[in-house]
Design a protein around this ligand. Structure first.
Ligand code: ADP
Ligand code: MG
Length: 239
């Protein structure tokens, strides 16, 4: 298996990102503009044009939604939350999508409650991204395992593993994970990984990816249980 730690330099390429965004937004917009012009000429004759406009607008929205998370790094608020109930909520949300694709979500939690310092909405975004990727990697179905355990010398780290039995990621593509707009999917944005990595880093966490083509992928997120330095003394009961 290939193992790599995604380095943070990939995120500091603001220029590359801006150029990428401009391109990515310009392309669907050009299509919209063109078809709107055609519509002006032959209004009732080609209702199909409306569908194209709709799907291009959807795509812009999808990209902009993911970018919004990047654009608001200041809005992060850390609170003590039960990580397991966050994961339960996310899996409930994605359960129907998984079932439709014959994917069985298995949860292996070593404990019944696990309080961590985190921004709940941002972590939800991370789990949704990785679980969606795992589902999408298994077009013929399979098992998707979500494991939570404690790690570190004094069990002060939380490891969340999202393991699929999907298509896997070829070695030459592993290095591209986290680069803006790297996607192998026809309708992918290539932003999920980058956004997730950014959120994990802002939680002082680490992201590890292990993958083997045609066997599957393991995403491992390691988060500190508490962020002691940023807590007032009165709130350190879970430290
Ligand atoms: P998107 O899902 O929109 O393509 P992501 O940033 O989420 O963008 O993922 C980037 C690419 O990484 C995907 O297009 C896919 O090629 C690869 N990838 C991510 N997760 C997995 C996975 N679990 N199994 C296989 N390939 C994956
Ligand atoms: Mg994705």
């Amino acid at each position: 298996a290939q193992l790599m730690m995604l380095n943070s330099e990939k995120l500091s390429v603001a220029g590359q990102l801006a150029a990428g965004i401009a391109h990515e937004i310009r392309n669907p917009l050009t299509a919209i503009k063109g078809f709107v012009k055609l519509l002006q000429r032959q209004l009732q004759e080609k209702p199909h044009y409306f569908e194209i406009i709709d799907s291009e607008i959807d795509r812009i929205e999808l990209i902009l939604n993911e970018l919004l998370i990047l654009a608001k790094p200041q809005a992060i608020e850390y609170h003590e939350k039960n990580l397991l109930s966050i994961l339960e909520q996310v899996t409930t949300l994605l359960e129907s999508q998984a079932l439709l694709r014959n994917v069985e979500i298995q949860k292996q939690f070593d404990m019944h409650e696990l309080i961590i310092q985190c921004d709940e909405n941002q972590l939800k975004q991370v789990f949704i991204n990785f679980i969606k990727n795992a589902i999408e990697a298994m077009p013929d179905g399979g098992a998707l395992c979500i494991r939570v355990s404690l790690e570190g010398r004094s069990q002060d780290e939380v490891a969340i593993c999202i393991i699929d039995q999907g298509c896997g990621i070829p070695e030459e593509q592993l290095a591209k994970l986290g680069e803006p707009f790297f996607s192998t999917k026809e309708k992918g944005t290539g932003l999920g990984f980058m956004v997730s990595k950014k959120i994990i880093e802002s939680h002082d966490g680490t992201l590890l990816v292990k993958s083997r083509v045609n066997e599957g992928t393991e995403i491992k997120i390691i988060l500190p249980k508490s962020r002691v330095t940023e807590l007032p003394a009165t709130q350190q009961k879970h430290a």
